[in-house]
Design a protein around this ligand. Structure first.
Ligand SMILES: *[C@@H]1O[C@H](CO)[C@@H](O)[C@H](O)[C@H]1NC(C)=O
Length: 190
């Protein structure tokens, strides 16, 4: 089942490969081991108390300039790693179980989702909205291998409701009224 799903994921990755707006260039040298004492360009982690997850980069000096990065994501019981936009990536279930899914692009908006357990490996196609939800009772952790040295993270709720976008624009986008948008927005701005 897992391998069948992986094949589907791989096919989707192949289809999505040409659509990345940003990409890491090919390296100009064989390798360039990072200077771990350097103060320049240290990527930061992301922790959300509101959502209950942490995503911390795993520093591997030899990976510097090779166009990839690793992160460890911890999701507390009941917590969610909310709908986010990634570069292409592969995740590796380390501990616990977590409900993972991604949604294909418009107009299909098809949800692929399943419960991942320790040892499961999954792929996130580039640029597709995805999520992790720990709806179990034990903490869950996983490693992610990302196809960019500086992958960044776009959390849709924060980007849309925490950025100061005008309420009437958001209301039209979500086919709702300004009061509803205001109510949601308050939580992201506090
Ligand atoms: C978590 O949610 C998924 C999807 O609804 C479900 O299949 C799974 O059984 C749930 N896990 C727990 C521990 O309830």
């Amino acid at each position: 089942m897992v391998s069948a799903l992986l094949m589907v994921f791989t096919a989707v990755v192949a289809l999505a490969a040409g659509h990345g707006a940003a990409f890491d260039p090919n390296p100009l040298q064989d390798f360039c081991v990072a200077d771990s004492t350097s103060k320049v360009d240290h990527p930061g982690g992301t922790a959300s108390r509101r959502c209950g997850f942490t995503a911390l980069p795993v520093q591997i000096p030899g990976l510097n300039t090779l166009g990839g990065s690793h992160a460890r994501v911890d999701v507390a019981p009941g917590a969610v790693f909310p709908a986010a936009l990634p570069p292409a990536g592969v995740g590796d279930g380390l501990d616990g179980a977590v409900y993972f899914g991604f949604i294909t692009s418009y107009p299909d908006n098809k949800l692929f989702a399943k419960v991942l357990r320790r040892g499961d490996v999954f792929a996130v196609p580039e640029g597709l909205v995805h999520f992790l939800y720990n709806n179990g009772t034990a903490p869950a952790a996983l490693y992610a291998t990302l196809s960019s040295q500086n992958p960044g993270l776009v959390l849709l709720g924060d980007a849309l409701f925490g950025s100061g976008l005008a309420d009437d624009l958001l209301a039209k986008t979500f086919l709702t009224d300004r009061e509803t948008v205001d109510k949601i927005g308050l939580k992201f701005r506090s």
